[in-house]
Design a protein around this ligand. Structure first.
Ligand code: SF4
Ligand code: SF4
Length: 65
């Protein structure tokens, strides 16, 4: 299950360098997560590395469909 970046992202650039899978990229309006690359940091960290660095808490775990 990937994480997603919500539309209130302020493009602060804090999360992008934290991602070991280069899954975070700048979209048309704000940063986004490539869900095919995001592994929730499995194999690198115990928790998603991007979530705690976001100052406005707009990175969230995707909810299962
Ligand atoms: S959870 Fe990990 S792999 Fe997924 S976008 Fe965040 S830093 Fe990258
Ligand atoms: S850390 Fe949060 S606000 Fe900053 S660019 Fe990433 S998702 Fe956007």
């Amino acid at each position: 299950m990937p994480v997603i970046i919500e539309s209130d992202c302020i493009n602060c650039d804090m999360c992008e360098p934290e991602c070991p899978n280069e899954a975070i990229f700048m979209g048309p309006k704000h940063y986004q997560v490539n869900i095919d690359k995001c592994t929730e940091c499995e194999g690198f960290y115990a928790q998603p590395a991007c979530i705690p660095v976001c100052p406005i808490e707009c990175i969230v775990l995707a909810t299962p469909q």
